[in-house]
Write a protein that binds this ligand. Sequence first.
Ligand code: ATP
Ligand code: MG
Ligand code: MG
Ligand code: MG
Length: 578
Amino acid sequence: MSRLFLRTLRDDPADAEVPSHKLLVRAGYVRRVAPGIYSWLPLGLKVLAKVERIIREEMESIGAQEVRFPALLPREPYEASNRWTEYGPNLFRLKDRKGNDMLLGPTHEEMFALLVKDLYSSYKDLPLSLFQIQTKYRDEARPRAGILRGREFIMKDSYSFDIDDAGLERSYQAHREAYIRIFDRLGFEYVIVKADSGAMGGSASEEFLAVSETGEDTFVRSAGGYAANVEAVTTVVPDAIPLDGLPAAHVEQTPGTPTIETLVAHLNEAFPRDDRPWEGSDTLKNVLVILRHPDGTREPLAIGLPGDREVDAKRLEAFAAPAEVEAFDDKDFAANPALVKGYIGPEALGLESASGIRYLLDPRVVEGSSWVTGANVSGSHVIDLVAGRDFTADGTIEAAEVRVGDPAPDGSGPLELARGIEMGHIFQLGRKYAEVLDLKVLDENGKLVTVTMGSYGVGVSRAVAAVAEYAHDDAGLIWPRELAPFDVHLIVAGKDETVVAGAEQVYADLVGEGFDVLFDDRLGKVSPGVKFKDAELIGVPTIVVVGKGFVDGVVEVKDRATGERQDVPLADLISTLR
Ligand code: ATP
Ligand code: MG
Ligand code: MG
Ligand code: MG
């Protein structure tokens, strides 16, 4: 440690809210460069490498082969799949010196499909699974929580290629099982939820969520084992919505016809800058707007608001799900409301109602309606406020209604809400990408058939933060053995020559036995107290202290997780640590 490139910090970084962010920065694992962009320092890199190793081993165990694509990519493949457009502002775009459009890869379905197309041509070549562990770029609207949601982050992505649906099902199941082993080894509590395959298309899709209050995903689960992302839960919305449950402070009934201007003005007034339930958080919050139509029916609308900014329609634009932004103007809408897929733009605020109808907030649409707003502080509390209904964080209302306490759709119950961090996502893509990129092979009969694909992602850098999110206490990090940057944190407590020499001998012995040891050999101005504090903060699972007891042939062994200490005779040290 006298030479380790490390400075631990006593104070939490000002921009950090969640424990993993605070601790990974304070303990010197990562360092911020810009919002959502982090450098990995020696300790962090070691943990990252261990996460990668687990993932690599499990991918190889199902026969997936590692490759690596560039992050800097040409536009054309993403044009073919329409994702150049669909990705919207989330895509980092740039031009080369010749003026060609380039992008930094947010995910690589297109590139893998093209590589296989390039080299393979027969059913005999399949099935095939390829993976990479690589840096991805997404210009996230809300980079948050340190490396939990980065704009540059590391993902393991794999892709399966099969000749038929049965093959895809097998590849999907193999990945699913590998993911179960990966997340079991990473050690956090997780659930596998049915997910909406959304913009990716395709049929089956599941997410692996680390159960954590910090998570941005809300899911429902039952004691009987049912779990689903709220986006995947579909029910019918009743026509009358009781408003009684809304906390008075956050409810404002405004007579008259809402327009964007009145809505924005109202929101700024109802939630003044220093009194916003979501203030101080960089998490998107939903504000609930309930329209009361002339016929007495009530229609809930939700809009997402950035945590720390003034509300204005223009800024809201950035929070529209890019795939859903389509340029409709008022004329189109007036002529044919069914056309409108959703539009949040500088001129108009698009809202989607629970019944799936999307509105431009325009007097013609809601004439005679009055409206009520309520704040959804956590992004999901609206569920508790109105009758069990939830609104997703991207500001649209999904056709999702779940009532806490009701039986789950599979009959098990009762349902409860929980939050999770999306750690992995597996998709049966089907032929969507293969078709547009013309990935075909010859089948047994010499006929060209389109290949069917699966795509499977794990957040590798996110996993480091997710583990830290549960593996810590007030004093610092507590790494599980398989992920810890070192096996043993060795402290020399005292300046006495015998003790120092003894510690050096213990270090040499441990290293000789194959232990990876972080040796706090700092002498002089670093007191034992500081060393102990640093050890707790850094979170190596076993701390060995060579101190006064050394003259009697004993060292102290401390378990970082339990806090349990024991004096161990030197002769028994290795066997104790094993
Ligand atoms: P999220 O819902 O959290 O935005 P996503 O659904 O956009 O994630 P996928 O496209 O499914 O992400 O990517 C696969 C995996 O990559 C995710 O399950 C997640 O673990 C990880 N991941 C996605 N975005 C980020 C990010 N900005 N920072 C770190 N990891 C990420
Ligand atoms: Mg995302
Ligand atoms: Mg997601
Ligand atoms: Mg996903």
